[in-house]
Design a protein around this ligand. Structure first.
Ligand code: C2E
Ligand code: CA
Ligand code: CA
Length: 751
């Protein structure tokens, strides 16, 4: 290159490079590059154009001497294998020299456009980056077809090089600018996020130094954020809190894994339960990249923990007394049984039931009942050891599980008794509820827990049945579970089920035993229930009535008997062998007598058979009368008004208050068989019977003797003016058909 051109080139080079270094806008620099080459290159008609490549499109950058319209029209052209000189050069990454646009196949689609702007040749060189990526194209156009000289190409290469520096620098600065924008945006996001974040995020160094703290408030911190920064955990927190935190940091860095854990700290807000999560961060400090840190996220989970505790409390504790409930008790009992299997020691389960709680609850309301139960639970708690479990398992039922009461059963029984007595003692003092005071007692069933009875269900059942025994024996006492008793209970349940079945199968019926007056006239009969069992034969009432009463089945049995009575009376009336004075006695059980349905049940049935109440005599016992004088009188008066009559059964065996006897509408006294048995020995037996007859006469009641077996008995009773007799001497209780036959034959028993 000759000296003048070289000098020019040098001065342009310095100018361009200094502009690049000074950060002059890219289009100014590229424009200068165009003007510089146009000035230096030999041909004065040379016009330079620089395009930049984005994706697969070329965009206009600088072309100071080419018509703007042309530049706009080719702006954004897609590169390809025959897209003019520039599009092809960028596509093929190599220089494309088109000396004559008019005849070049590369220009087929664009030549009209180029020629219309007077452009006839075009040499295009791709501008490559240092990494050999295409940044754009550098083109020289001429207004006539033209071939480049070696010098031209050398010169072009110089300027392509400058263009490359300028474009690459520009791309870099664009990237940096974009990075700064992105960083600012992410920083803003981060700031906003930490402003609302309820959790704390702490960056802590491997030595335990608070490096950064993020969070919306410092309530959850030990002290303010600025006070903590650069301080060591070990110097800030109490030793007991700092040590576990340091070990979590150590573990996080050692395992390189996220750690999740719970911990408790007394911070500015108060005593807080936290859920902590840690993860290692590398290169946290750019100027000290080898230093290791941990990001520590701390979340206040105090409320959640409280709620969980509450849920657990509700599931395992009785809300009224705060004592463990049945569920918790069962769990503890399971554990206790497991332990006893290993240790071979003995524990005990005490089942407590208050004796008169229902009455208090019914008469004084549930809130009084509740208050009483809370008081009971407090007193029980006071006599319970920490290792024992006291639970409330039902309305007024408590269970005390004693984990250990001895090494063997003998010792265990003694220990369990001591505890039971201690429990009974707490009931010695009255319970005060508001202004009321109650004397309460409890029945306790005790079942020892040893290797022999390992099922928790069984243990509970056994203690429960022992409690029932205590209750049946009058309450206010304790009773141990006894396997014999258990067999009895099981037999009873079996019997109950059998009764239910038998009722459905019509196996019950009434037998009838006649009653005659002293002159031999049949004046009535007593209906006595029988069970005609398919496999066991005829079963007497004493073997099933107590169970039927206990399980509430008496009502059904009574209706069967009443039905049979009605059928009999109608049969006898139809045969014209009885008059209106003939009555049939029915035994009324205690529970039926107390029932408010008794009257309606009786009336409904006899109405169905068109029978008058006066033909039905209700046999009740003395004990029923004395149980509740007021309600008994009312019940009897109501029935009397309907026309029913009453006989006092087993008279003399109860302790009836004679002063009250006159107050009841009683028609007849039935002297118990035990007195009749003794009436023949001149002593006490005779005098009692005589006294009863006198008493009855004075109260205007008639007297019937039951269980008369011998004619001597009959004679003596007649002598002291008894009204009527019943017993094997006359006839045994008979099935209805037999009774009707008997009655027909014996209308006048003594002929
Ligand atoms: P109870 O009411 O005292 O009945 C008299 C019992 O003495 C009857 O026994 C009867 O068969 C028996 N008996 C009658 N005369 C003689 C006699 O001369 N010698 C002896 N050794 N016994 C005699 P049963 O039928 O076994 O009834 C037992 C108890 O069952 C009855 O005692 C009564 O309390 C009850 N009972 C019977 N039927 C019914 C009923 O339908 N309802 C209710 N609630 N209880 C009934
Ligand atoms: Ca009777
Ligand atoms: Ca009797």
């Amino acid at each position: 290159m000759e000296t003048v051109r070289l000098r020019k080139l040098l001065s342009h080079q310095q100018d361009i490079l200094s502009k690049i270094a000074l950060g002059t806008p890219i289009n100014v620099i590229l424009n200068d590059i165009c003007l510089s080459i146009e000035e230096i290159i030999d041909d004065e008609s040379a016009k330079c154009s620089i395009l930049s490549l984005k994706g697969d499109q070329l965009f206009h950058c600088a072309a100071p001497n080419i018509d703007d319209k042309y530049c706009q029209l080719i702006n954004g052209v897609h590169i390809g294998p025959s897209v003019g000189s520039c599009g092809t050069a960028a596509y093929l990454k190599s220089r494309i020299i088109v000396e004559d646009i008019d005849n070049s196949p590369l220009w087929t689609d664009f030549k009209e456009l180029a020629l219309s702007f007077g452009l006839k040749s075009c040499w295009s060189t791709p501008i490559l980056s240092t990494q050999s990526n295409i940044l754009g194209t550098f083109a020289i156009y001429h207004t006539s077809p033209k071939t480049p000289s070696t010098k031209d190409l050398e010169l072009i290469d110089y300027f392509v090089h400058f263009s490359s520096i300028a474009l690459e620098k520009n791309v870099e600065s664009l990237i940096v600018k974009q990075l700064i924008i992105d960083l600012q945006q992410s920083n803003e996001k981060f700031k906003a996020f930490t402003k609302v974040m309820p959790d704390l995020t702490i960056i802590i160094s491997e030595e335990g130094v608070y490096t950064d703290i993020y969070g919306s408030s410092d309530e959850l911190l030990y002290s303010s954020m600025c006070m903590l920064i650069n301080k060591n955990v070990k110097d800030v927190l109490p030793k007991n809190d700092a040590l576990p935190i340091m070990s979590v940091i150590k573990k996080t860095l050692l395992t390189n894994e996220v750690q999740i854990f719970e911990y408790q700290l007394e911070v500015q807000k108060g005593k807080i339960i936290f859920e902590g999560r840690t993860a290692p961060i590398t290169h946290y400090l750019p100027n000290n990249p080898s230093k290791r840190h941990v990001v520590w996220m701390a979340r206040d989970i105090t409320l959640r923990k409280q709620a969980e505790k509450e849920v657990e409390r509700l599931a395992f504790f009785d809300p009224l007394t705060n004592l463990p409930n049945r569920r918790m008790l069962t769990e503890r009992l399971n554990m206790c049984v497991e332990r006893i299997k290993r240790t071979h020691k003995t524990g005990a389960l005490l089942f407590l039931d208050l004796d008169n709680f229902k009455r208090i609850n019914d008469s004084f309301g549930h809130s009084a009942g509740d208050e009483l139960l809370v008081d009971v639970s407090k007193r029980l708690n006071a006599v319970t050891r920490a290792s024992d479990t006291l639970a409330r398992v039902g309305g007024d039922e408590f269970i005390l599980l004693l984990e250990y009461v001895g090494d063997d059963n003998e010792q265990a029984i003694i220990e369990a008794e001591i505890v039971a007595q201690k429990i009974q003692k707490i009931f010695n003092v009255q319970f005060e509820v508001g202004r009321l005071a109650f004397q309460v007692s409890c029945s306790i069933g005790i079942c020892l827990v040893d290797n022999s009875n390992s099922g928790t269900d069984k243990i509970l059942k056994f203690a429960d049945s022992a409690m029932y025994r205590a209750k049946n024996n009058g309450g206010n006492r304790y009773s141990f579970y006894d396997p014999e008793l258990q067999t009895l209970v099981e037999k009873q349940t079996e019997l109950k089920n059998d009764i239910v079945r038998a009722i459905a199968c019509d196996e019950f019926c009434a037998y009838f035993q006649p009653q005659i007056s002293t002159i031999g006239k049949v004046i009535g009969a007593e209906a006595l229930i029988r069970w005609n069992h398919p496999s066991k034969g005829l079963i007497a009432p004493n073997d099933f009535i107590p169970i039927a009463e206990q399980y509430g089945l008496m009502n059904k049995l009574q209706n069967i008997v009443l039905h049979d009575i009605c059928v009999l009376i109608n049969r006898l009336s139809a045969e014209n062998i009885i008059d209106e004075s003939f009555s049939v006695s029915i035994n009324i059980s205690h529970c039926q007598f107390c029932s408010s349905n008794l009257k309606s049940e009786l009336i409904n049935t006899i109405n169905d058979f068109n029978i008058r109440p006066s033909q039905i005599k209700l046999e009740i016992t003395e004990s029923m009368l004395s149980a509740n004088i007021e309600s008994s009188t009312q019940q009897m008066n109501e029935l009397k008004e309907e026309g029913f009559t009453f006989s006092i059964d087993d008279f003399g065996t109860g302790y009836s208050c004679l002063t009250h006897l006159s107050a009841f509408p009683v028609n007849e006294l039935k002297i118990d068989k035990s007195f009749i048995d003794n009436v023949l020995d001149d002593g006490k037996g005779f005098r009692i019977v005589q006294a009863i007859i006198k008493l009855a006469n004075s109260l205007n009641m008639s007297v019937v003797a039951e269980g008369v077996e011998a004619s001597e008995q009959f004679e003596i009773l007649k002598a002291i003016h008894i009204d009527s007799i019943q017993g094997y001497l006359i006839a045994k209780p008979m099935i209805q058909n037999d009774y009707v036959k008997w009655h027909n034959h014996n209308v006048d028993f003594i002929k």
